[in-house]
Design a protein around this ligand. Structure first.
Ligand code: SF4
Ligand code: SF4
Length: 93
């Protein structure tokens, strides 16, 4: 049975370092190239921070073990898991 994983973004914690973009591109394409990543970084006027936006059609959730969550040094990315559902993505900024 697949796990349901929600990928959560806390914009107020993000410092715009770009580590998640590079880690994602390496996980997906074995290159360090932000344009090969499923993450775009944009300024979020509500929080006043740069915030990652996950591109749902490009993100495969790293097979259930999100690289971006593990690499973020500021804990701006996290997951929630629920059993019994298909993979899902939640982007909350
Ligand atoms: S989410 Fe984390 S790794 Fe990505 S840019 Fe923000 S602080 Fe850096
Ligand atoms: S979970 Fe998605 S956004 Fe995060 S590194 Fe994997 S493919 Fe990229």
């Amino acid at each position: 049975m697949e796990k349901a994983i929600k990928l959560c973004v806390n914009a107020s914690m993000c410092r715009g370092c770009g580590s998640c973009q590079l880690a994602c591109s390496f996980a997906k394409a074995k290159v360090f190239n932000p344009y090969k990543s499923a993450i775009r970084l944009d300024y979020d006027p509500e929080s006043g921070h740069t915030a990652p936006a996950i591109l749902p059609l490009s993100c495969n959730l790293c097979g259930g073990f999100p690289t971006c969550v593990n690499i973020c040094p500021y804990d701006a990315l996290s997951t929630e898991e629920k059993p019994g559902l298909n993979y899902k993505i939640l982007v909350a900024v």
